[in-house]
Design a protein around this ligand. Structure first.
Ligand SMILES: [Zn+2]
Length: 219
């Protein structure tokens, strides 16, 4: 494919809410754990307030009646804007912050240390210990990163009540339910492979880019 990745992006609309959109481009991409045939660009949802509001409203509706208590939102992949707006929706919408003294939601981001482990500093531990924690992530294919985040939250004494995602092809991570805006039904041709089993690699198709929560980097 000779066109640039940005030229190849196609818009996809969320079911039930056409104001929430993501862009995706076909190609051959590497994430930290997998090779995928679509680059999913969720940047606008993460950095533009109006789009992030739409995503937060959508996720709040998904959580309604399914999750009782959200004390803390732990944001991965630079999802803090959506996290803050989702916290507002949750506070408006009758969720119980019954473990929080000041009746408001914590929105925090873990640090990643030099050996790639998630961690929280002493001053942020009170947002995790004894709390009901929602993990917010942008796109999820293998769930490996989220698994590490869940382990970290449990290590600091929190319990994970759910995982909210913009795009996910899996519906649970070790039994914890995933609430997602977009799934494989919205992008039926989407495939993720273990790097050593990737058919595009086997056909010697070069990688277009490395992708992570911040976007893509051409090789
Ligand atoms: Zn590959």
């Amino acid at each position: 494919m000779s066109e640039s990745i940005s030229d190849r992006l196609i818009k996809f609309y969320a079911r039930n809410d056409k104001s929430v959109t993501i862009n995706a481009a076909q190609g051959h991409f590497a994430t930290s754990h997998s090779h995928i045939n679509y680059y999913i660009d969720v940047t606008r949802l993460k950095v533009r307030i109006s789009e992030a509001k739409g995503a937060a409203r959508f996720l709040k509706q998904k959580l309604d009646g399914q999750v009782e208590t959200v004390d803390t939102i732990v944001c991965l992949d630079a999802t803090q804007v959506i996290g803050a707006l989702l916290g507002e929706e949750i506070e408006k919408g009758g969720f119980i912050n019954n473990n929080n003294i000041h009746d408001t939601t914590y929105v925090i981001r873990p640090e990643v240390n030099s050996v790639n482990q998630f961690m929280f500093r002493e001053n942020n531990k009170l947002a995790i210990e004894g709390k009901s924690v929602l993990v917010l992530v942008d796109t999820m294919t293998t769930g490996d990163t989220v698994k590490r985040a869940v382990e970290c939250i449990q290590y600091y004494g929190g319990s994970v009540c759910g995982i909210a995602a913009i795009f996910s092809t899996i519906d649970n991570v070790d039994g914890t339910r995933v609430f997602t805006i977009f799934d494989e039904k919205d992008l039926p041709e989407y495939r993720a492979y273990e790097p050593h089993e990737c058919p595009m690699c086997q056909k010697k198709i070069p990688l277009d880019a490395m992708v992570n929560g911040y976007g893509y980097a051409k090789l």
